[in-house]
Design a protein around this ligand. Structure first.
Ligand code: FE2
Length: 364
């Protein structure tokens, strides 16, 4: 049994580059129940950008905007729209993580660097993954501050109500046609991840479009990255629509775990979060497929929550509509009751729902 050359403690943070971080920050606080925890900007000596750090459960979301027209942040937003720039990984040794991955072929984005303030020091390093996305390795064992040096503690300007979001379950990347295996190979070779599951176009297809997907996971299973690519179909697939509007590969969705999806989704809906709609007929036959569950089916139907079962248990899930005007990034809310899979039984109903949205946008 080989040792894990890239031990990862979990997701450290997810950073989005956005056009207006001040407003995005309020959106994620008000709609998704995050609490403002830290801030960096001109008031903290940062001349070129502003970042808001939001927290809920173990999840840290960083929203960053450029203060200048000609910065890499502004260029990223210009090209991709609002979207994920960084999937940061919490490690014990960011220097070793950088050397282990770059010596196996990863392209470095920045070498290990130390940043310090009165709360101690942090070491970060970064490598490039699909599209313009980065993995930042964060070593914070010698740090007691709120987030990272350069940030100061901040609080919401209103009483934010958490909705029960606990931790990141998985983060999905969309890559160009023919690139899925290249990126699966990247995670296997460069990061020591293992292939968990494969979905082909027989699993994920509708009358019109199809996609292929493989899921890779790190040694302890805390990090799961499904990678999608489009597959041939009669019409344009949702992955192609994403690639067209995101202008290339990038993070498609972030799945967040809750212990009580019924109360989480009820609150999210009340807060104005929009979800994909699955027809009521879905609920006519779902119980035959999934068997006994603890939740009240009428509640699940009322909230349009989907159900699936595998050998180990069942799961409940729901998907938001895109959270910006481009049909790109969206969120999944998931409650696992033993199941370790990804809702394969719901793919057809879901993708038909996405196609109705695509059709309405004139992109099918
Ligand atoms: Fe997912």
């Amino acid at each position: 049994m080989s040792t894990d050359f890239l031990p990862i403690n979990g997701t450290d943070y997810i950073e989005l580059y956005v056009g207006n971080a001040k407003q995005a920050s309020l959106y994620y606080q008000h709609c998704f129940g995050f609490t403002l925890a830290a801030y960096a900007g001109p008031e903290t000596g940062e001349r070129n950008r502003v970042s808001y750090v939001l927290q809920q459960g173990k999840i840290r979301l960083v929203l960053t905007t450029s203060l200048q027209p000609d910065s890499p942040i502004a260029a990223h937003v210009h090209k991709h729209g609002d979207g994920v720039k960084v999937l940061a990984l919490w490690v014990n040794d960011a220097t070793q993580a950088f050397h282990e991955t770059t010596s196996r072929g990863a392209e470095g984005a920045w070498s290990p660097q130390k940043a310090a303030d009165e709360f101690g020091h942090v070491v970060t390093s970064a490598i490039k993954t699909y599209g313009d996305t980065l993995h930042v390795f964060v070593e914070r064992k010698n740090y007691r501050g709120i987030f990272l040096p350069g940030y100061r503690a901040a609080t919401s300007t209103f009483v934010a109500s958490p909705v029960g979001l606990k931790h990141i379950d998985h983060c999905v990347g969309n890559v160009e046609l023919g690139q899925m295996n290249r990126w699966v190979n990247f995670y296997e070779t460069v990061m020591g991840f293992q292939l968990l599951v494969t979905f082909d176009d027989k699993d994920i297809s509708t009358e019109y479009s199809a996609l292929m997907s493989k899921v890779v996971s790190n040694g302890n299973g805390y990090i799961k990255f499904p990678i999608n690519e489009p597959a041939a179909g009669k019409k344009k697939s949702q992955i192609e629509e994403y690639l067209e509007f995101h202008r290339g590969a990038g993070v498609q969705h972030i799945a967040i775990a809750t212990d009580d999806i019924v109360s989480t989704v009820a609150q999210l809906r009340k807060n104005g979060v929009e979800f994909l709609h699955v027809p009521e007929t879905y609920y006519d036959t779902v119980m035959e497929r999934v068997g006994t569950i603890q939740e009240d089916l009428l509640e699940l139907k009322r909230l349009n929550i989907l159900i699936d079962r595998d050998e180990e248990g069942y799961l409940l899930q729901i998907f938001t509509k895109p959270v910006q005007d481009r049909p790109t990034l969206f969120f999944e809310i998931i409650e696992r009751n033993g199941a370790k899979s990804f809702g394969k039984g719901n793919f057809k109903a879901l993708f038909e729902s996405i196609e109705r949205e695509q059709e309405a946008r004139g992109n099918l």
